[in-house]
Design a protein around this ligand. Structure first.
Ligand SMILES: Nc1ncnc2c1ncn2[C@@H]1O[C@H](COP(=O)(O)OP(=O)(O)OP(=O)(O)O)[C@@H](O)[C@H]1O
Length: 333
């Protein structure tokens, strides 16, 4: 049975109409003219327990609005959201939802700024009424995977961004929620801390079977963590399914770039390689792009290595990043 169900959900915001200029600003304050923004338009999806899904889309697509509705911070204008059977935005049902969810908003912290991290965790234990043994087991696990030890006794305001994000992730999980919402959890992190966060999220999912909804603009995070993505565009779902399927749809492309001292070889290469291979020269490098279904890396490599003296070579696959860029540009799959 799904743990999260989103059915025909819409969210329309009312915004006052702004008139230009300084007088316009005052007029806006006392005016009753409004315009509406449909941030989310009739979306539906469901998530099974233990799933990790990437919830992606360009700026303003409606991702945060959906997450806020799933957490109960906003109420849908239309449609229904249930978390394990309860509506998070319904005051009577909210209490059943709160201990089932954990949230990390990358841009904000839920920790007490002036308190040492360890004390914030103890307060959260009390708020959520976590039994002592369960707290100790979880604290031990989280402080190990997130390497919290070196800064447990520091006030949160003195933590670096990477330490604070790890602390926030620990805080969101101390009550063992079944669902974790992560809104840009790796924003601004260096590569090492980012990798540690990703590994920790994987371990948490494996150990506790936590359902995870991940919103990010970083496609590497999505590729590392998710099998399924939901792509949102201007409030509507463009795609919901396996990453593998969109990759296959856009072709399982390979790109070989190489450097050789030999000059003016483009025409010759076009003769030697199959017609479907795209060949171009950029900044001295020869770039070859082809679909794996049509030719093999082995054949292409053999042709160029047998013919030219290679000084440098690089092979890449079609990244999710380049595919998603195309989808955002064309607004279709
Ligand atoms: N409280 C609000 N009042 C009015 N409009 C809002 C409000 N919150 C969001 N919006 C509008 O709704 C649309 C969707 O915003 P949302 O923050 O959900 O996008 P997003 O996909 O999370 O974008 P980003 O990647 O930039 O964070 C935007 O046009 C935004 O301006």
């Amino acid at each position: 049975m799904p743990i999260i169900e989103v059915k025909g959900v819409k969210k329309v915001f009312k915004k006052p109409v702004r008139e230009p200029g300084i007088f316009g600003m005052f007029k806006t304050l006392f005016s009753f003219k409004y315009t509406t923004v449909a941030a989310v338009k009739d979306i539906s999806f469901s998530l099974e327990p233990g799933e990790i899904v990437g919830y992606i889309g360009a700026n303003g697509a409606g991702k945060s609005t959906t997450i806020k509705m799933m957490c109960g911070i906003l109420t849908p204008t239309d449609g229904v959201i249930t978390i394990d059977g309860y509506k998070p935005y319904n005051p009577k049902e909210r209490k059943h939802v709160l201990n089932k969810i954990g949230v990390v908003f990358g841009q904000r912290t839920q920790l007490w700024w002036d308190l040492p991290l360890i004390e914030s965790l103890v307060i959260l234990k009390e708020i959520y009424d976590v039994p002592k043994d369960a707290y100790e087991e979880r604290f031990k696990f989280l402080s190990t995977v997130l390497e919290l030890d070196p800064f447990l006794n520091q006030p949160v305001r003195t933590l670096s961004l990477g330490q604070r994000m790890r602390a926030d992730l620990a805080a969101s999980l101390i009550h063992n929620p079944q669902i974790l919402f992560l809104d840009e959890p790796t924003i601004g992190l260096d590569v090492l801390v980012k990798d540690r966060m990703i590994e920790a999220i994987k371990e948490i999912n494996k150990k506790y079977h936590t359902t995870i909804v991940l919103t990010t603009h970083n496609m590497e995070d999505i590729t590392d963590l998710c099998k399924r993505v939901i792509i949102l565009d201007e409030g509507s779902i463009l795609y919901d399914g396996p990453i593998k399927k969109i990759k296959a749809k856009f072709g399982d492309m390979r790109h070989i770039s190489f450097l050789t001292k030999e000059r003016n070889i483009l025409l010759e290469l076009k003769e030697m390689l199959p017609k479907d291979c795209l060949i171009e020269e950029i900044e001295g490098y020869i770039h070859l792009s082809f679909d794996l279904e049509k030719m093999s890396v082995n054949d292409v490599l053999k042709t160029i290595i047998d013919t030219y003296t290679i000084e440098d070579i690089k092979i890449e696959e079609n990244s999710l990043e380049s595919i998603v860029k195309k989808i955002y540009e064309n607004k279709q799959i």
